[in-house]
Write a protein that binds this ligand. Structure first.
Ligand SMILES: Cc1cc2nc3c(=O)[nH]c(=O)nc-3n(C[C@H](O)[C@H](O)[C@H](O)COP(=O)(O)OP(=O)(O)OC[C@H]3O[C@@H](n4cnc5c(N)ncnc54)[C@H](O)[C@@H]3O)c2cc1C
Length: 514
């Protein structure tokens, strides 16, 4: 354990050295406060070792290959397939073999924070008990703030037989050392789609079991449809309206048997016993077979459970401050946990359930760290003023997010359905990306779509979604338009360069009628 084991006092104690904890520490130190950061695993957190970085390292070689294959002339130069072993080795180089966090420790040391290795628990008001790797404990006290930045873990649904360590979670899916022959994936969200894309490209036979009618259900419907179409053309078996009734795996040496059941629309149809009885009936037979010991519907070498996240608060001593273990921590825009009196407990990143994305968590962390400093100096009393550096105001607008599938999906703000659900008078403008000159040049037969959601009353953009190769880089312009509430008449003067895919902005405004 770095730092002394004797009781110590700091201005700020941060629990968790993931991307958000690191950034709160940095901002608080810049404001002149003393900071201790407690980490039970690796400095850098989930993002660096089991999430963003390794998943994108797994996806990038396939994306680079697809980009080369999409262009006549360069296509002819691609004569082989992905080298799976090289892809995995490159991924592992980014995670430093899951054993070396010295690069991030050096960065944290550079902020002037004190790193304490161990597992932290709250132990009453402003107190944190840390159990070090050697089992010894120390109690730290905070003069101004304790910040919970413990992140989230994979949720495992209550399905008979579904239990770690015999299933993969996002951790195993991003750190596996070999390519499974057959990979089943439970879920249809971002992690499920990205991992299906990566492991299929690396040679696995992939089956996705998706409870709802489409992939990426929180985004515009066309995005999930385009990704499903691409996954299917790549050979992925995407089964929508399909749940899992039961799973059996005797040991890691044996495969996983999976009994499916109708879910979502299929389940409703089955319940109603209506017109779709034949299709639903087939699923119902599978489900009853599962429970009566008949053959499994699917056998896989690994089953990845990608059905959402739970907060890492179960063993955090929340009960010592009147909160319920295992709950998400609701916060205000400075990330202050309002339910705890005294204004000293904060929660940043995944654990507050606002936007489970690294960049949004780091944004919250900057606001949180600066708000702690302002309150310590007596410069902030009460809630933070919106749209200042002390408030994570943009959290409420619909966070920018890229799904690194092939095609990529990039979205910010509200979908059309969300905007209508909020009572906004909106007009959705759709445009085929392939009709933009820059897209046609970027890839032969470019396929993609964009949707812009205009708030008609205010004449600003409420949301934008792009699905197509290379669309990730279109997102920041959209984020500026949405967050900046740039009037469309002014956006007209932001002229995109010819011939880039960004000319989609001109096409959008022309189609809108400008
Ligand atoms: C497969 C996958 C891919 C993803 N890809 C992206 C992406 O491309 N882009 C993106 O923006 N987001 C992505 N995300 C989301 C992103 O990983 C999270 O939003 C981000 O890691 C949250 O940061 P955090 O600091 O809140 O938590 P974490 O990164 O989870 O860090 C929390 C830290 O707290 C430590 N900790 C927990 N409990 C304790 C305790 N009691 N005592 C001491 N330390 C403790 C943990 O060990 C960990 O180091 C992805 C997620 C997954 C699962």
């Amino acid at each position: 354990m770095r730092g002394s084991m004797s009781d110590q006092e700091y201005d700020v104690i941060v629990i968790g050295a993931g991307p958000t904890g690191e950034n709160v520490a940095d901002r608080a130190r810049r404001g002149g406060l003393s900071v201790a950061v407690i980490e039970s695993e690796l400095v850098g957190g989930e993002c660096s070792y089991w999430a963003c970085i390794p998943s994108k390292a797994l996806l990038r070689p396939a994306a680079a290959l697809a980009a080369a294959r999409a262009v006549g002339g360069s296509r002819q130069a691609v004569t082989g397939e992905l080298d799976a072993a090289a892809v995995l080795a490159r991924r592992t180089s980014f995670t430093h073999g899951w054993s070396d966090d010295s690069g991030q420790v050096t960065w944290l040391d550079g902020t002037g924070s004190t790193l304490v290795r161990g597992a932290a628990r709250l132990a009453g008001e402003r107190k944190v008990e840390v159990t070090g790797p050697d089992g010894s404990t120390v109690t730290l006290a905070a003069r101004h703030a304790v910040v919970v930045a413990t992140g989230s873990a994979a949720a495992i649904p209550a399905v008979p037989g579904l239990a770690e360590p015999l299933v993969w979670t996002s951790r195993e899916a991003t750190s596996a050392e070999t390519v499974p022959g057959r990979l089943a994936i439970l879920g249809g969200g971002v992690v499920a789609c990205e991992m299906a894309t990566a492991w299929r490209a690396l040679g696995a036979e992939v089956t996705m079991l998706v409870r709802g009618p489409r992939l990426l259900a929180r985004l515009e419907p066309f995005a999930g449809d385009l990704v499903a179409q691409a996954l299917r053309s790549a050979g992925v078996d995407v089964r929508t309206d399909t749940g899992v009734a039961r799973v059996r795996r005797l040991s890691r040496a044996t495969p996983t048997e999976i009994w499916t059941s109708p879910a979502g629309a299929a389940a409703s149809a089955a319940r109603a016993g209506a017109a779709r009885a034949s299709a639903a009936g087939a699923g119902a037979e599978e489900a009853s077979a599962g429970s009566s010991g008949h053959a499994a519907d699917l056998v896989a070498d690994e089953l990845l459970v990608a059905t959402g996240r739970v907060p890492r608060t179960a063993d955090l001593g929340l009960e010592s401050v009147g909160l319920t273990p295992g709950d998400w921590l609701a916060v205000d825009d400075s990330c202050l946990v309002g339910a705890v009196p005294g204004g000293w407990l904060y929660a940043v990143g995944d654990v507050n359930h606002r936007n489970l994305l690294t960049h949004m968590g780091k944004y919250q962390a900057r606001a949180c760290g600066d708000a702690i400093v302002a309150r310590a100096r007596g410069e902030l009393d009460g809630p933070p003023p919106p749209w200042t550096g002390l408030a994570a105001s943009a959290d409420h607008l619909g966070a920018p997010q890229v799904v690194f599938t092939d095609p990529e999906v990039a979205a910010v703000g509200l979908t059309e359905a969300e905007a209508r659900g909020q009572g906004l008078a909106v007009r959705a403008v759709d445009y085929e990306l392939g009709h933009v000159a820059g897209a046609a040049l970027a890839a032969d037969g470019y396929q993609g779509q964009a949707r812009f959601v205009v708030d008609e009353r205010r004449q600003v953009l409420a949301g934008a979604t792009f699905a197509g190769p290379g669309t990730a880089e279109l997102l920041h312009a959209a984020t500026i338009a949405v967050v900046g509430e740039v009037p469309l008449r002014r956006l007209w003067h932001a002229v995109p360069s010819f011939p880039t895919i960004s000319e989609i902005w001109l096409r959008f405004l022309e189609t809108y009628g400008m």
